[in-house]
Write a protein that binds this ligand. Structure first.
Ligand code: NAP
Ligand code: MG
Length: 504
């Protein structure tokens, strides 16, 4: 998929030692300190040690960034550029992200604890691919002409909403930014974006590459700092036209309050999940399914909104499948994220690790049985490592089956009949993703339709690709979709222009 070389561990260490990190706010095409002069420490979750101090923005910095972005929106330096120009600049940006994937991936790995094979090999190439896909659509999307009466012309055009705010999480820092920035910028908006404070470093460098690619100053602005100050200031800002958020359902809800209490800005929410993986009794290829099951729940340490954290498996194939999953996991090395052999790195923070370990205790006390994993490992490194953990004997009403753990924890639940499997799968407050495994086309179609979730994988764990929309039902999402041309709708207004022609 990519020809980017993953560095060996010694090489990676040497390159990290010579990195020059961007740690200040990026406003109007320039780096600057926070108005308060404050900074906070960002740490490496694989060692618990500090990496750098990052500018701690506050509401005054959000005001400054929005003012700059508003001026850039009003004078048309981006929105009125030819779509082909916007495309060219954004494609150049994507190319720069790709050619700097190694540096960006190293930054992401030390800041977020994610394995280097994922950050350099997947996250950065996919970040570039996302920007490029949306960029290429910039001069390929058309408006409409309505079938209005004789003597009139009615066009329906899409215009940028104006200034977009974005607040994103720490699990895929670069990619989640790209999911917002690609369509928002391709459709001509200006943006003020806040990365998660634990993982701000990659986006600051990516924004700088944007300027190098030719994105005009003021079009893309990054304000770093905590959610309860910077995030809330974005949510409440009276001069933002829309806000796109990816994160927890709890914080997502707040954005609806912020908008309702201020200027009714458009709110787009991509939230949490408790996604099911259903395995029907007719399956035969246990190895492939086990590999998919493991990726679904343990990839990215389980810090994945669409993680398949409930395995709903037919009683007759459960033991065989769990044996295959155990065999698969033998190859999943947990450890130093800089080691190319590592599949599972560190959880994002001590606080988050404690939350995950707490859920494991909750599962035990609810009567579920740990069959693998279950406690912290590699404590001597100072890092926050939890190995793949599987609970057997889970009932769907247990907390570990209902609440999003956001860590490497799988709950195994048995079923007998198809309708029961669907009922269990749908019985959570979430509805982001689901996967199902069967050889029977009828079961596949029936169940794919019955599942209340936004993305269904059949005989694979998949979120689709850039061409397909991504978003959730129920408490998993609100107001729109990321990826594909559906994402462009989120960042554009629909305008009707009705023209009366003079009589012949
Ligand atoms: P989070 O706590 O909701 O944080 C997400 C972002 O919101 C961060 O930038 C955070 O800032 C900010 N924030 C926190 N409190 C805020 C407040 N009161 N007002 C405004 N902003 C605030 O979520 P997370 O722990 O970073 O990420 C995990 C969650 O994201 C999970 O629930 C996961 O399912 C979800 N997720 C969903 C998708 C999807 O596409 N559906 C994708 C990835 C993740 P600070 O962290 O800097 O304080
Ligand atoms: Mg960090």
């Amino acid at each position: 998929m990519t020809d980017i070389m993953i560095p060996a561990i010694e090489e990676a260490r040497a390159e990290i030692a010579s990195l020059s990190l961007r740690t200040r706010l990026f406003i109007g095409g320039e780096f600057r300190e926070a108005a308060s002069g404050r900074r906070y420490v960002t740490e490496n979750p694989a060692s618990g040690r500090p990496i750098a101090e990052v500018a701690e923005g506050g509401p005054a910095d959000v005001d400054a960034a929005v003012a700059v972005a508003r001026r850039a929106a009003d004078d048309g330096r981006w929105s009125r550029r030819n779509p082909g120009d916007r495309k060219r600049i954004l494609v150049r940006w994507a190319n720069l992200i790709e050619s700097n994937a190694r540096e960006l991936g190293l930054i992401e790995t030390i800041d977020a604890g994610k394995p280097i094979t994922d950050t350099v090999g997947l996250d950065m190439p996919e970040t570039a691919a996302c920007i490029r896909w949306h960029a290429e659509a910039a001069d390929k999307t058309y408006g409409q002409v309505a079938p209005s009466p004789e003597g009139t012309v009615a066009t329906i055009v899409r215009e940028p909403v104006g200034v977009v705010g974005a607040v994103i999480p720490w699990n895929y820092p670069a990619q989640m930014a790209a999911w917002k920035l690609g369509p928002a910028l391709a459709t001509g908006n200006t943006v003020v974006i806040k990365p998660a404070s634990t993982t701000s470093l990659s986006l600051l460098r990516i924004a700088e590459l944007g300027t190098e690619a030719g994105i005009p100053d003021g079009v893309l602005n990054v304000v770093t700092g905590p959610g309860d100050t910077v995030g809330e200031a974005i949510g409440r800002h009276p001069d933002l036209d829309a806000v796109a958020f990816t994160g927890s359902t709890e914080v997502g809800r707040r954005f609806l309050h912020y908008a309702a209490e201020t200027n009714l800005k458009r709110v787009l929410l991509e939230l949490g999940g408790k996604s099911p993986q259903l395995v029907f009794p007719d399956v035969t290829d246990f190895e492939t399914i086990a590999a998919n099951v493991a990726i679904a729940v343990f990839w990215n340490m389980g810090e994945n909104c669409s993680a398949g954290s409930r395995l709903i498996v037919h009683r007759s194939v459960k033991d065989r499948l769990l044996q295959a999953v155990a065999a698969e996991l033998a190859a999943w090395r947990v450890g130093d994220p800089l080691d190319p052999a590592t599949r599972i790195g560190a959880l994002i923070s001590r606080g988050h690790m404690e939350r995950v370990l707490h859920y494991i205790e909750v599962g035990r006390s609810e009567g579920a049985r740990v069959v693998t994993g279950g406690s912290r490992i590699l404590e001597e490194t100072g890092g926050y490592f939890v190995p793949p953990t599987i609970f057997d004997g889970v009932r769907n009403d247990m907390r570990i089956a209902q609440e999003e753990i956001f860590g490497p924890v799988l709950s195994v639940i048995e079923f007998e009949a198809e309708a029961e499997a669907v009922a269990i799968a749908n019985d959570t407050p979430y509805g982001l993703a689901a996967s199902l495994y069967t050889q029977d086309l009828n079961v596949a179609h029936r169940v794919a339709r019955d599942l209340r979730a936004g993305v269904i994988g059949v005989n694979a764990y998949s979120e689709g690709d850039m061409t397909t929309p991504f978003g959730g039902y129920k408490l998993s999402g609100f107001g729109g979709h990321d990826k594909s041309l559906h994402a462009h709708d989120q960042y554009t207004e629909t305008k009707t222009i009705w023209i009366q022609l003079a009589a012949r």
